[in-house]
Design a protein around this ligand. Structure first.
Ligand code: UDP
Length: 239
């Protein structure tokens, strides 16, 4: 089967690596994600990954602390996750490079767009660490920004829930799942897909977002092959 996309960004929240405990890294969970990534690398899809840091630290949750300091701590948390993911991928024979937006030369390459693209062309998975390198941003915004920069065709936004709902499906059993949404609808309805900065960036650069759950281990591959699962966020005329 032929993949629908040639170059993608997979956005993993920090929580996605934590498993049920919700904190830290669960090795089994991260290894299962690595296996899924391998499946799509085998399809010759160029895969880049942005990973969050919420399983360790979120800047905005630490009110007593200077926000920029708290955000830098969050960015460092994403580096921890990126290295864990790199290790897990390399254990199963996937070549990877971690590129970080904050220089730390002993452990990762600095983010250099042209170099990242070259790695992708050579079949290496590129993991973008340390967010955008700027406080007051998120790793969702990082995914949008990097997608625009490297000309990824789509952002695969892996979440705990299997799409975007009109209310929290955990609290409201009657919550309705959207199949398709436009960026404007996401922004107007205040839906918690991505933060508004990230959504606007995708809108301005016409980067579709597919929100789906990682619970079924086959889901990444299914999305890449064009199967319609989860919720699609894109321009009006494309829906
Ligand atoms: N962060 C930041 N700038 C960025 C990306 C991330 O300051 O460009 C910080 C911010 O404090 C954020 C934390 O890193 O809360 C972890 O990222 P995020 O909350 O996006 O992780 P996720 O919720 O996806 O696990």
């Amino acid at each position: 089967m032929r993949p629908k996309y040639k170059r993608i960004i997979l956005k993993l929240s920090g929580e996605a690596l934590a498993g049920d405990k919700g904190f830290g890294i669960n090795q089994d969970v991260i290894d299962a994600i690595a296996v899924q990534v391998k499946e799509i690398v085998k399809l010759d899809v160029e895969v880049s990954i942005v990973v969050g840091g919420g399983n360790f630290w979120r800047g905005r949750s630490h009110e007593g602390m200077d926000r920029t300091t708290a955000d830098y701590m969050g960015m460092l948390a994403t580096v921890i996750n990126s290295l864990a993911l790199q290790d897990s991928l390399e254990n199963i024979g996937i070549m990877t490079r971690v590129q970080t937006a904050i220089e730390m030369r002993q452990i990762a390459e600095p983010y250099i767009r042209r170099r990242a693209v070259r790695h992708l062309e050579k079949g290496r998975v590129v993991i973008f660490a340390a967010g955008t390198g700027n406080p007051y941003f998120s790793t969702d915004t990082t995914a949008s920004l990097r997608a625009a920069e490297i000309e990824a065709e789509v952002i695969l936004l892996a979440k705990k829930v299997d799409g975007v709902y009109d209310s929290d499906p955990v609290e409201n059993p009657n919550a309705k799942k959207y199949e398709d949404l436009t960026y404007i609808e996401v922004l107007k309805k205040g839906l918690k897909v991505m933060d508004s900065t990230a959504t606007s960036l995708c809108m301005d650069n016409k980067i579709p977002i597919i929100v789906f759950s990682l619970k079924n281990p086959e889901n990444i591959k299914r999305v890449v092959l064009g199967e319609k699962i989860g919720t699609y966020v894109k321009e009006e005329d494309l829906c």
